[in-house]
Design a protein around this ligand. Structure first.
Ligand SMILES: Nc1ncnc2c1ncn2[C@@H]1O[C@H](COP(=O)(O)OP(=O)(O)OP(=O)(O)O)[C@@H](O)[C@H]1O
Length: 362
């Protein structure tokens, strides 16, 4: 999978901009605030219709303009496709090969991208909700049925919480309607848990090896699924809902469920959340992203593209070299950096270098 070119119109600090990419490694070099991350953001946006920085369209549209356009030709599944997104303040319009696409699920998949940005360190240090979001997003990219289960779960959960409000007003008891909702919730959660469990197990094995390689040490990194229930079966989930009913009724929200789970990260059996240094966190997250690339390849048969924003500046020389060793021409990669001075690696020497100097655009 690759993106051959990118055309930006009134996107962030770009008025009109066209760029062609190499199918191997592309390095975007430029001073601060020149628009390097904006390009990575545009590629990612083209991939999943969402930015990794904001959910507000207006922030991506060039100041004092009403629309932004991001367009690119991608090669996937042995075919060329043209992807196009038009952002207005209120909406996004997507096109594939010139045709309007109405459902996001019909758009996602033409360009699969894995992105690393400095904010991703929150995957280790941040709250469980960040890791859940990561799980849901990445699983959604490779498993349409997961999107189906998750959508169903969220709808049922909303319905349950609304019904709790009604029961609270009526001073009602755990009744047949709630039991039916809980049964459906239990069934769909069993499917989601199975998918999450399998994904984390596979990711963990890969992360362990990649971390050992990049860090060049004997630290063992493991990912562990923290499920909300010990024995995953319908009966036990229903018992838990009945046990939590009085509490749920008081707080008008459902306490137990997959919306409360976590993916714990351990380094040498200790919580990375509590003990990992900045460098260890960065290496863990990078290993997770590279592991994802392999996992996606196993699932869809093609490597996704890899977007690395400002990854080189924070790694020590040894880790930098090891990371560059892993990158290769099979995976189209984009690296942003302010400078490549002093990096003597063949990957950097052979890469396509693109100078980004767009601050002056008005
Ligand atoms: N909606 C917008 N309209 C116009 N300019 C914008 C908009 N959003 C951001 N910018 C400008 O884009 C520039 C930042 O671009 P970007 O984040 O890509 O920088 P960068 O090259 O990655 O910098 P650094 O090396 O500091 O991370 C800033 O000058 C900012 O003012």
């Amino acid at each position: 999978m690759r993106i051959n070119n990118l055309e930006l119109t009134d996107f962030r600090n770009y008025n009109h901009f066209f760029i062609e990419f190499d199918q191997g490694i592309n390095i975007l070099i430029g001073g601060n605030a020149q628009g390097k991350t904006n390009i990575i953001e545009a590629i990612y946006l083209l991939s999943v219709c969402k930015s990794f920085r904001t959910h507000i369209n207006d922030q991506m549209i060039r100041f004092d303009h009403d629309f932004a356009k991001v367009k690119g030709n991608v090669f996937s599944n042995e075919r060329m496709h043209q992807l196009e997104l038009i952002l207005s303040k209120e909406s996004k319009k997507a096109k594939v090969d010139g045709k309007d696409i109405l459902k996001i699920s019909d758009y996602v998949g033409y360009l699969n991208a894995v992105v690393f940005v400095p904010d991703d360190l929150s995957l280790v240090k941040g709250s469980p909700s960040i890791r859940r979001k990561f799980l849901d997003l990445e699983l959604s990219k490779i498993s349409p049925i997961y999107v189906f289960y998750l959508t169903k779960y969220n709808r049922l959960l909303k319905e349950r919480n609304q019904y709790l409000k009604l029961l609270n007003q009526r001073r009602g008891k755990y009744d047949e309607y709630l039991e039916t909702l809980d049964e459906q919730l239990a069934e769909v959660q069993i499917k989601i848990i199975e998918k999450r469990n399998n994904f984390i197990e596979r990711l963990s094995l890969k992360v362990k090896d990649i971390y050992l390689n990049i860090a060049n040490c004997h630290e063992i990194v493991e990912l562990q699924y923290e499920c909300f229930i010990k024995n995953v079966n319908k009966e036990d989930i229903l018992k838990l809902y009945q046990k939590g009913f009085e509490r749920d009724l008081r707080y008008l929200s459902t306490y137990y469920g997959i919306h409360k789970e976590d993916m714990k990260i351990f380094i040498d059996n200790k919580s990375a959340h509590q003990f990992a240094s900045q460098g260890q966190q960065r290496t863990i997250v990078l290993s997770m992203k590279i592991a994802l690339i392999e996992l996606i390849k196993e699932e869809i048969g093609e490597y996704p593209i890899l977007l690395l924003d400002d990854v080189l500046s924070e790694l020590d020389d040894q880790r930098k070299t090891k990371l560059l060793d892993i990158l290769n021409n099979r995976i189209q990669t984009f690296i942003t950096t302010t400078s490549i001075d002093g990096i003597e690696h063949h990957v950097i020497k052979e890469a396509k270098k693109i100078n980004i100097n767009h601050r002056e655009e008005k």
